[in-house]
Design a protein around this ligand. Structure first.
Ligand SMILES: NC(=O)c1ccc[n+]([C@@H]2O[C@H](COP(=O)([O-])OP(=O)(O)OC[C@H]3O[C@@H](n4cnc5c(N)ncnc54)[C@H](O)[C@@H]3O)[C@@H](O)[C@H]2O)c1
Length: 312
């Protein structure tokens, strides 16, 4: 039987993810948006379906405006959510997106209890935590997408600096998805060579800073909306790892239960991602400075979770 992927949110990230899933031949896709947008997800899905003869893969794409369409999904990619608008406080955004996460998590609980959920909606680590809480899914089956994107941005910038293939750069970015992310330079290699042998320290610092602001740089250029091709591709990379049981070692936002001295929150750490979802959380030996940076990132996430528990 064919796999099924439900993509909730047919906006920029969601529609791109739906197309990448179908184009890679991973699964049939249902693209779901809210009832007020009736016609939009169906129209985008039909447009994608019309390109099916050119994919050579034979996957179907459908649109829907009812969350019950998640029924029977193997993987759910949760992208529905508002971006932060001018004048909107962080708390307002938290509340608005929490109101979108809740019914989606309820729908998955009811109609797709065996799915693995990839959360993309921001603020990422908090929304992944909320999805897990509301859905009641096992901790291994809810995973937030941030680290793969942040690492891909870091790898892309390093490859641009060196003028070499991005696939030859390996990197690991830990921590929350935001200003407090922690690019791990000593785990960054190019063709197996540690990056500090190839790029001087001041340039490496500048590239780390650019990675930390990778999303903001695109927002500034686009003027309306935020990045979506690399975010969608990152989510689909995770969907593929799950659907084809790849056992990838990648950074993702997952529930910590004491690892790295943190618990009851989601944050980006290295995991093994495969058919069973989060198959292992890898605990690295960090330096005092790295531990402090990761815990500072965790504190930011914990504060937002606390705020959400009060306001929602
Ligand atoms: N984790 C990451 O690294 C990362 C990267 C990029 C974007 N994001 C986040 O992903 C989310 C989506 O970004 P985008 O660029 O696609 O935004 P977008 O505005 O293009 O699309 C969002 C879609 O969600 C839909 N939606 C809203 N409420 C809904 C509901 N209750 N049910 C179903 N659909 C609903 C909207 O109608 C819209 O089509 C945002 O929260 C954004 O911040 C996260």
């Amino acid at each position: 039987m064919k796999n099924k992927v439900a993509v909730i949110g047919a906006g920029n990230v969601g529609a791109s993810a739906a197309l990448f899933v179908a184009e890679r031949g991973l699964a049939d896709v249902v693209l779901i948006d809210r009832p007020e947008m009736d016609g939009m997800p169906q129209g985008k899905a039909l447009d994608m379906q019309q390109s099916a003869p050119l994919w050579h893969k034979g996957c179907r794409v459908e649109g829907a405006t009812d969350l019950a369409a998640v029924k029977g999904s193997d993987v759910v990619i949760m992208t529905a959510g508002f971006p932060r608008k001018p004048g909107m406080s962080r708390s307002d955004l938290l509340k608005a997106n929490a109101d979108i996460i809740r019914p989606a998590a309820e729908a998955v609980k009811q109609h797709a209890p065996d799915a693995t959920v990839i959360v993309v909606t921001n603020p990422l680590d908090v929304m992944a935590w909320l999805f897990w809480k509301v859905s009641g899914l096992p901790k291994t089956r809810v995973v937030g997408m941030a680290g793969i994107l942040d690492s891909a941005r870091f790898r892309a910038f390093l490859a641009m600096e060196l003028g070499i293939a991005a696939t030859d750069v390996q990197a690991m970015v830990l921590g929350g998805h935001g200003d407090s992310m922690v690019p791990m330079l000593r785990y960054t290699t190019v063709g197996g060579i540690t990056v500090d042998q190839l790029i001087p320290a001041d340039r490496l610092q500048a590239i780390s800073d650019r990675t930390r602001n990778g999303g903001a740089e695109i927002v500034k250029l686009l003027k309306t909306g935020s990045a979506y091709y690399a975010p969608a591709m990152s989510a689909v990379e995770m969907a593929e790892a799950i659907l084809t049981d790849q056992k990838r070692l990648v950074p993702c936002s997952v529930l910590l239960e004491g690892q790295y001295g943190m618990k009851d929150l989601f944050i980006g750490v290295p995991i093994v991602l495969g058919g069973a979802g989060v198959e292992k959380v890898i605990e690295l030996k960090l330096s005092a400075e790295e531990t402090a940076a990761l815990q500072k990132s965790g504190k930011d996430v914990a504060e937002m979770i606390a705020e959400l528990s009060v306001t929602v």
